[in-house]
Design a protein around this ligand. Structure first.
Ligand SMILES: [Zn+2]
Ligand SMILES: [Zn+2]
Length: 372
């Protein structure tokens, strides 16, 4: 019997199917991975609830009803001879394609910003995970929520034996994104870090900040997620609706200066505005939220130049941060915090439960077990 692939699809909002597709095909430079865990990202809410598909920077569609998920870990099932990988290697898959010849690839930055994830390759008309599938002339395997997946070798990281899949699967849009953003921001021991808008990206940021021995202050309203933060070890919670929320934040900082780093994870002006208000001079303000269409009106002179702030935002993990990220994951306290963050670990055959929980916001990060 010839091998097939099984792919998760959301043909209409609130409905899922497991579709049988042909087993993937690969060109040199790519591997087929038997995915073990595909963490749920925004497809768990926007596609499941509204059938909204992500548009990349150039306006290109990035996911499809039968093309879901970009985060994942698994085992190499097939790779061309001459590769430094072998069948059976356990790997983290960093999402997206790799061209090797663009600004992002040459500088070991995040594959999200590789040219092939923004503009189609010559002669092709899709980008990102769809582009990977088309480039390999394969009828399946572009995405993570499937038994088998195709990924460029350049975006695979061989896992240390001591690391298990459950911890490694936080390498993308949770701990990985927090870690890589904080490498850019240079979050250090003793720094104060304000985090606003707590979803799975914020949870990853908080693990990173706690591991770095920074003081974490959470602006949070969701009691369930506050409970997760308490278990992680966060001590400072402020309700953003409190009249004196700003005084409370400042009172927790050195000489009342304001926080050293403000990290906004909701993508909405309600929290973004507060990040500007709560920071000291020469602070970092990081935008890690994802709310398409949301805009913030501000005066660059008043908000940036007069305060000497650095503004930054980045999806994904820079290639140059992968090793330090994986090393941090070997820390037992980081593993303990990842175990708190991952509140649900659900077979892909029950994907509806995972997506309903995601929409309810009564969760941290949710994993799908793609072989079950
Ligand atoms: Zn590139
Ligand atoms: Zn993601």
């Amino acid at each position: 019997m010839s091998k097939t692939n099984v792919v998760l699809a959301i043909p209409q909002p609130g409905k899922f199917e497991l579709q049988e597709k042909p087993y993937p095909k690969i060109k040199p430079g790519y591997a087929i991975i038997r995915t073990e865990i595909a963490p749920v990202c925004l497809e768990g809410s926007r596609i499941w609830s509204n059938h909204e598909f992500e548009m990349f920077h150039g306006g290109m569609q990035a996911d499809y009803p039968d093309g879901l998920g970009h985060e994942g870990v698994g085992v190499i099932e097939e790779v061309h001879a001459g590769s430094s990988f072998r069948k059976g290697d356990r790997v983290v898959v960093f999402q997206g394609d790799h061209c090797g010849q663009c600004y992002s690839c040459r500088n070991a930055l995040s594959p999200t910003y590789c040219d092939t994830n923004i503009d189609p390759r010559p002669g092709m008309n899709r980008v990102a995970m769809a582009g990977i599938q088309d480039w390999n002339e394969s009828e399946s395997g572009g995405w993570a929520m499937a038994r088998y997946r195709i990924a460029p070798l350049a975006n695979l990281y061989k896992m240390p034996d001591a690391l298990d899949f459950r911890h490694a699967a936080s390498a993308n849009c949770s701990f990985g994104v927090g870690w890589s953003n904080q490498e850019v921001m240079n979050v250090k021991a003793g720094d104060s870090v304000l985090v606003g808008g707590v979803g799975f990206i914020a949870l990853g940021h908080i693990i990173s900040a706690l591991h770095r021995n920074a003081k974490v202050i959470a602006l949070i309203r969701n009691p369930y997620r506050r409970g997760l933060l308490e278990k992680m070890g966060v001590e400072h919670f402020i309700d953003p609706n409190d009249e004196d929320w700003l005084e409370k934040v400042q009172a927790l900082t050195y000489e009342g200066q304001g926080v050293d780093h403000a990290i906004e994870c909701s993508g909405v002006p309600f929290y973004q505005e507060k990040m500007f208000q709560a920071t000291r001079y020469y602070a970092n303000i990081n935008f890690s939220g994802h709310t398409p269409g949301a805009t913030l009106d501000f005066s660059p002179l008043d908000r940036v130049t007069h305060k000497a702030h650095t503004l930054f935002g980045q999806h994904d993990v820079r290639m140059l941060d992968r090793e330090s990220l994986i090393r941090a994951m070997l820390d037992l306290d980081v593993q303990r915090m990842i175990d708190v963050m991952v509140t649900h670990d659900i077979p892909m055959s029950r994907a509806n439960e995972a997506f309903d929980i995601q929409v309810s916001k009564q969760c941290g990060k949710i994993y799908l077990r793609t072989q079950e």
